[in-house]
Each structure stands twice: as C-alpha cells, then as structure tokens.
Design a protein around this ligand. Structure first.
Ligand code: RIB
Length: 297
C-alpha cells in the first residue's frame, strides 16, 4: 500500500522545558527540579506524529538562522519528514516555547520568531505540494493570513484539511466553514462558536465538523448525534504534544480512507501512548506500538 501524503503547514519551536513541583505565582521565585531543551512546535509535532505512524510527511515552515533552527530541521529529517520546503530566515530567531511542567501538566508561552515569516506568498509559492497532498494539517502558530491562504489553495485542489485551532484566537467564519475537520478542545470550541458573525445554521455546520478533544476522556463527535469516542487511561508523565499526536494520527487514518469514528479511536490510542514519556515528540508511538496497545486494552 502506498503511504498517504500528509502536508503540515505550520510551526517549529524549540521547547525550553522546566520541571517543577510548585508553579510560581506572579512575583514568586521557586526552585525547579530539571530543565531540558527538546524540539516541539505544534506543526512539527504533528508532522513527527504522522511520520512515525507511517505517512509520507512534508513540512512547510520557517526556522531562524540560529543553532535551534538547524536542530529543528535535523530532528525532522531524522524522523523521516521531508524538510526541503523549510525556509531558513536570516537574522531571525527560531520559534521557542517556554514550558513549565508540573505533575504531568503544562503551561506554555510561545515566542513565534521565524514562524511569523511563513507568509501567504510562501504558501502560494508551494501550491504544487499542496495540490499533491492527500491531506493537510493546519494549526495557528503561523500568521492567520497564511492559514487562510493554505485553506483556499487546499479547497482549490480538493485536498481535505484538518484545522487544529490552537493556540485559539477568534477566526473568520470562512476558514471554519471551509475546513473539513476542526479539532478544538472544549475551551477552544466555545471560543469558535461564540463568534457573532455566525448564524445559527453556520454554528451547527461548524459543530458537525468538530472533533472535540477531552484529554483522557476521549473525543466528542457531533455528526448526527453527540457521541463520545472514549479515550484510554494511562499514567501521564507529560501531556505536552498529546493533542498534536492526536491530530497527526487522525490525519494519517483519514487519508487512508478509514471512517471517522475508527480514525478517532486510533488517534485516541496514539495520544494516550504519547503522554507516557517526557517531551512533546519523545513519546509519540509507531504504527506497530499503537496497534499492539489497541489489541491489549
Ligand atoms: O502542542 C505542544 C506544543 O505547543 C509544544 O511543543 C510547544 O512548542 C507549543 O507550540
């Protein structure tokens, strides 16, 4: 079977992760327990997840001309992702995410850096790879105008799009109506629907495209009726990148023609396995690991 072609148009960040038993309040200083740097970024994480699950993945995005940029590209290449369409932007820092990790949960500040240089023009220059993809993954760590251009070109070439609306911001209704699937968490979904521009019919249409992630509970679908596709309970070490693993796995399954419910079950299993190790990408499972896990539980 030929591998599905997944295109990720999005961000690459170096994650600067601090582990602590106590999260400081404003004005506090606390002692942390460890610190590490590790490749991340919602775009790159989704690309790695899809690649580990057997897809042929291409990344379109930008890094800075610093040491982080080189490391981010090398890491993607090592994970089997095509990096020919990643631009290195001169005199610019790569994106970073400052992550505080405490008791398996995280809070994150992203400084986009070079990710901001992924312009609509750069997207247009790469129309050919958009047209040549089986599915496209989009998130919101690059300029919104570039997300809109990517969506328009995907529609033009009949390529389905999974829009992961994170980090959440208010989005134009056309973007929401054009997406094939939208993968918010509960809080993000509320923000999407609270858009005054939307008629109640449009809200309903958007709701039906939504796959609402609920952590270990699973995901909610609103196809005909509301349905929970249950998740898997595991011992969480680091939830960073669980949503990205879900999105990458979902895209791989859907592009193989697997039905939505089964695709969500598979993506739930991949996401559960991903939280059992430290770092956004380190715990992302291979196809064999997900299949074995699903057969066991
Ligand atoms: O979704 C997790 C990711 O969000 C992290 O890897 C970090 O880079 C931020 O973009």
């Amino acid at each position: 079977m030929t591998k599905p072609k997944v295109l990720v148009i999005g961000s690459m960040n170096m994650d600067l992760v601090t582990q602590t038993n106590k999260v400081p309040k404003v004005g506090d200083t606390v002692l942390g327990t460890s610190f590490f740097t590790i490749p991340g970024g919602k775009g790159a994480n989704q690309a790695v997840a899809a690649s580990k699950l057997g897809a042929n993945v291409t990344m379109l995005g930008c890094v800075g001309d610093d040491a982080f940029g080189q490391e981010l590209k090398q890491n993607l290449s090592d994970q089997g992702v095509t990096i020919d369409y990643i631009k290195t932007i001169p005199n610019t820092s790569s994106g970073i995410a400052s992550i505080t990790l405490s008791q398996g949960d995280n809070s994150i500040i992203v400084v986009p850096g070079a990710n901001q240089e992924l312009t609509p023009d750069m997207v247009r220059e790469n129309e050919k790879i958009i047209a040549d993809s089986d599915i496209i993954l989009l998130q919101l760590e690059i300029p919104l105008e570039s997300v809109k251009t990517s969506m328009e070109l995907a529609i033009k070439h009949n390529v389905p799009v999974v829009l992961n609306p994170a980090p959440i911001q208010s989005l134009p209704k056309d973007l929401l109506l054009q997406a094939t699937y939208i993968t918010p968490n509960e809080h993000e979904q509320k923000t999407l629907i609270l858009n005054d521009e939307l008629t109640s019919e449009e809200k309903e249409l958007i709701k039906q495209k939504c796959i609402v992630t609920q952590g270990s509970q699973g995901v909610l679908l609103y196809q005909n009726t509301e349905e929970l596709i249950p998740g898997y309970k595991v011992k969480a070490v680091d939830s960073t990148g669980a949503g990205d693993t879900f999105n990458g796995a979902l895209a791989v399954s859907l592009s193989k023609g697997i039905a939505l419910k089964e695709a969500c079950q598979f993506a739930n299993a991949a996401a559960a396995l991903s939280v059992t190790k430290l770092g956004a990408q380190s715990g992302m499972p291979s196809l064999e690991e997900v299949e074995k896990f699903m057969a066991q539980v």
